[in-house]
Structures are given as structure tokens and as C-alpha cells.
Design a protein around this ligand. Structure first.
Ligand code: ADP
Ligand code: TRP
Length: 323
């Protein structure tokens, strides 16, 4: 039987090319070889978005992004996290076997705490809800970008802890992280992230994408000067699009001098738009029929519900609430 893949993305803002290359592309590339479950982590997004309109728009947008990228609803079970309330029930059981110092060690929490001392309980508990997402489905692999590695480790730890207390119940999931796609840099050279405002939007308009690309930070070398591809933020992004030969040629042009950063950016813009064009067309097609998108999510939830309800029966029995 095919191994089970599960992953999700929060509807917490506009999807960018870091999300695509770090996570979504893997979902698409692997949909034929795994029994795939891909969801919209809307409950996670409430830790940061407490605006009804914004959240529901974002949810539909992520659904369209998934479909636009090429996830085929005939192959992948696509659903929205909040349609499986069993996940929050399981998160509660996990909460009761998890200690505060253990969650305090999570990098995402530490970062959030540093930025704003007032961290909500949902954000603090984020890894446990994520562990519930993964473990309730008996997922074998979880494709994510490198920043989510620790969360998958939390899921493994939590599975082990539960298994030790209540008996063998959960599988230990493996993260799937592509080596050269682990951390896609943003236009300022830091990790591309919604929260740093340094993104290139995946489904932006040509103008939006152009604006982001032209903002990529470089040093002030003149066109004639020799440039170092290994420290250039534009070159780092070319790596996502060019094959080995093309990269070798571009590298030579960098070192030789005569290639301006502007020209390198224009080349990159062409590469991005070429990738996005067919995805954008597919996305627009689905956007014309939002009812069918909602139906895809509802059907996905129905399918996933059968699996998690069965698992929940076992879990309730192990915990002792089923009498
Ligand atoms: P963001 O940091 O923009 O808020 P999310 O945390 O919503 O992104 O990430 C969604 C998915 O995309 C996760 O699997 C994450 O690991 C991946 N991802 C996000 N940013 C990057 C990046 N710069 N490089 C590689 N993967 C990324
Ligand atoms: N934390 C993930 C992110 O920020 C989203 C997510 C929630 C997730 N639950 C998950 C990813 C389960 C993989 C598996 O992108």
C-alpha cells in the first residue's frame, strides 16, 4: 500500500514562492506516489488572524493556490482543518501529557515571545495542534520547509509520549525536506516569509511580481564589475529555476563582469512568470467556480472524517473516556 503523505499551509496571508518551492511543489510532485492528504490549517491561522472576512477569504485563496499549483483533487484529499473537530479533541488529550517547559523550547514560540511578550495560548500550543493534525491521520511523511522541522519532531515526541502512557497508538512521522529548497531567501536575503514582508507572491499580478523582483537587495557593483554569484540574492533565486548548465553559464557571466544586476533581475522575472503562467490560468479557471472549490473541500473533509473518526474511537478507548 502507498505510504501516506500529509501536510498543510496556514491561510495567514498571500502564498509566496518560498511556500511553493519549500512545500507546495513537493505536494504536487508526490501526489502520484503517495496517498496524499493536504489541508488548509485554518485553526492554526486564528492564532494570528482574528478577522472573520480576512480569514474566510484567505481560506478560499489557499484552496485556489493549491489547485492552481497543480494539486489534482482526484488524486489528493483536499480539506480544511476546521472540518475535522476530532483534531482539536486529540490536541486536548495531548495537552494533558505535555509540559509547559517543553513547549517553551519551541523556536516559533521563542521568536513570537521575543517580538511581543503577550503570546496567546493558541500560539503557545501551536505544535500540539500540529501534532494532532499529523498523528490522527497516521501520516508516514510530512513535506515541509526547514522551518517546520522542529514541529514534526514535536509530533514524533508526542506520539512516543502517548504510546508510552497509553500503549502503541501512533506512528512516528518523518519530515520530508528538500535539501536545496530548505530555506528560500526573500528579496532582502533573509528567509522569505510573510512576516518579514520580503516575499515574491506566487500568484501576484505581473506588476506585483516585477515590483518585488526589482526590490531584491544587491551590493552597488557597476554592470562592468565582476560579481560574486554565491553572495548575490538574485542568483540564489535563479537556482530555483535554472538547470545545471544554465546556472553554470550564468555563473560565468557573473564572474566575468558585464552583466548588470538589473539584467539579472529581468531574467529572473521572466523565469518566474514562465513558471507561473500555466498555474495562474488554472487558478483563474477554478476561481470562476468557487462553489466547485467549496465542494472539493467538503468532499475531502467527508473522506478524511471517516479515517479520523475511526482513529478517534481507538484513542478515546485508550484514554479511558469511552465507557
Ligand atoms: P511564512 O513563513 O511565510 O509564514 P508558513 O509558515 O505559512 O510561511 O509556511 C508554509 C510552508 O511553506 C511551510 O511548510 C514552510 O516550511 C514553507 N516555507 C515558508 N517559507 C519558506 C522558505 N522561505 N523556504 C522554504 N520553505 C518555506
Ligand atoms: N505549521 C505549518 C506552517 O506554518 C502548517 C501546518 C499545520 C502543518 N499543521 C500541519 C504542516 C501539519 C504539516 C502538517 O506552514
Amino acid at each position: 500500500m502507498a505510504k501516506k503523505l500529509l501536510s498543510g499551509i496556514q491561510p495567514s496571508g498571500t502564498i509566496h514562492i518560498g511556500n511553493y518551492f519549500g512545500a507546495m511543489k513537493q505536494f504536487v510532485d508526490l501526489q502520484d506516489s503517495y496517498d496524499s492528504y493536504v489541508f488548509i490549517a485554518d485553526l492554526h491561522a486564528i492564532t494570528t488572524i482574528q478577522n472573520r472576512e480576512e480569514l474566510s477569504n484567505n481560506i478560499l485563496n489557499v484552496a485556489l493556490d493549491y489547485l492552481g499549483c497543480g494539486l489534482d483533487p482526484k488524486k489528493v484529499c483536499l480539506f480544511k482543518q476546521s472540518d475535522l473537530m476530532e483534531v482539536t479533541e486529540l490536541a486536548w488529550y495531548f495537552n494533558c501529557i505535555t509540559t509547559m517547559p517543553y513547549l517553551e523550547r519551541a523556536t516559533a514560540y521563542k521568536d513570537a515571545y521575543q517580538k511581543a511578550k503577550e503570546v496567546n495560548v493558541g500560539l503557545f500550543d501551536y505544535p500540539i495542534l500540529m501534532a494532532a493534525d499529523i498523528l490522527i491521520q497516521d501520516a508516514d511523511v510530512v513535506p515541509v520547509g526547514a522551518d517546520q522541522k522542529q514541529h514534526v519532531e514535536y509530533a514524533r515526541d508526542t506520539a512516543q509520549k502517548f504510546n508510552n502512557i497509553y500503549g502503541e497508538t501512533f506512528k512516528l512521522p518523518e519530515p520530508l525536506i528538500l535539501k536545496n529548497m530548505a530555506i528560500i531567501p526573500g528579496v532582502d536575503g533573509r528567509k522569505m516569509s510573510k512576516s518579514y514582508k520580503n516575499t515574491i507572491p506566487l500568484f501576484g499580478t505581473d506588476e506585483e511580481i516585477k515590483k518585488a523582483v526589482m526590490k531584491i537587495v544587491t551590493d552597488s557593483k557597476t554592470p562592468e564589475e565582476s560579481k560574486d554569484p554565491d553572495t548575490c540574492n538574485i542568483f540564489a533565486l535563479h537556482k530555483l529555476f535554472l538547470d545545471v548548465e544554465e546556472l553554470k553559464y550564468l555563473r560565468e557571466r557573473y564572474v566575468k563582469g558585464g552583466l548588470s544586476y538589473k539584467e539579472s533581475k529581468e531574467m529572473l522575472l521572466d523565469e518566474i512568470l514562465k513558471l507561473i503562467k500555466p498555474m495562474r490560468e488554472r487558478r483563474e479557471m477554478y476561481a470562476k467556480d468557487i462553489d466547485s472549490v467549496k465542494e472539493i473541500l467538503a468532499n475531502g473533509a467527508k473522506k478524511a472524517k471517516i479515517i479520523v473518526a475511526e482513529k478517534m474511537n481507538i484513542i478515546r478507548d485508550r484514554v479511558g473516556v469511552k465507557i
